[in-house]
Design a binder for this molecule. Structure first.
Ligand SMILES: C[S@@+](CC[C@H](N)C(=O)[O-])C[C@H]1O[C@@H](n2cnc3c(N)ncnc32)[C@H](O)[C@@H]1O
Length: 229
């Protein structure tokens, strides 16, 4: 019990010390996510947060934040909002941003289902999905982050010509995702089943999970799904 209290206090202290990077934690008090997405609004005011009108990109399921922090470092003229549903994990990501003083990155400790509560329609240029949990088709298909239910949400948030940029090592999940993109009217570009075939391309930022799979010799699949008119 005493140990649990200490853990909690440690967690609270860490959360507070990198609070500058956190935009929100969950849709307060609303448990039903469908209801939250439909009724709760706390839309992020990008200008107020970032102090500029640079384009905004999202990463969904950012893990420990290595990818988004490096992307932000390479692109100081863009802003990034990264989502991660697990509090203990988002803390590591925020500490990463703090170490780097990544002024153009902020975090949402929410589930992707709640995106419409925080992100305005037609306001995002790219959505990155890096090694999203594949989840079994049977019983969990609607929770896959490329299920058409999510894609319809992403379409609303993306500007015309905006992209969902996905990487995964899971072939079954990748094929499923391609079908879903096509069914929702996205055009597919820069599709590859083996991103690292000739070594890692200069422009590719290797994520924590990607590093693991590449070391095991697994091919990495990648696609850009473009929203039309
Ligand atoms: C397999 S990890 C990949 C982490 C990182 N993107 C990488 O490539 O190293 C998937 C991450 O997505 C988060 N995640 C899964 N489902 C989510 C959801 N519905 N909303 C927000 N985050 C989610 C998990 O908590 C986990 O940290």
């Amino acid at each position: 019990m005493a140990q649990r209290m200490r853990k909690k206090r440690h967690f609270d202290e860490r959360m507070e010390s990198c609070g500058k990077w956190l935009l929100a934690r969950g849709a307060n008090g609303i448990l039903n996510m469908k209801e939250a997405a439909e009724n709760y609004r706390a839309l992020v005011d990008y200008r107020a947060v970032f102090g500029n009108d640079h384009p905004v990109d999202l990463e969904i399921g950012c893990g420990k934040g290595g990818f988004v922090c490096e992307l932000a470092r390479r692109n100081p003229d863009r802003n990034y909002i990264a989502l991660e549903m697990v509090s203990n994990v988002v803390i590591s990501a925020m500490e990463n941003a703090e170490r780097q003083n990544a002024e153009n990155v902020r975090f949402l400790n929410i589930r992707a289902e709640c995106l419409p509560c925080y992100i305005s329609e037609n306001s995002v240029e790219n959505i990155y999905l890096n090694f999203s949990t594949p989840l079994p088709k049977l019983g969990y298909v609607t929770q896959r982050l490329t299920h058409r239910g999510f894609l319809e949400t992403y379409k609303k948030l993306l500007k015309t010509g905006g992209r969902v940029i996905q990487k995964t090592d899971n072939r079954d999940f990748f094929e499923f995702s391609l079908e879903e993109y096509r069914a929702c009217g996205f055009a597919l570009e820069n599709l590859t089943y083996d991103l690292h075939e000739k070594g890692n391309p200069d422009w590719n930022i290797v994520t924590e999970y990607e590093q693991k799979w590449v070391e095991q010799g697994l091919p990495i699949h990648r696609v850009e799904a473009v929203k039309g008119e």
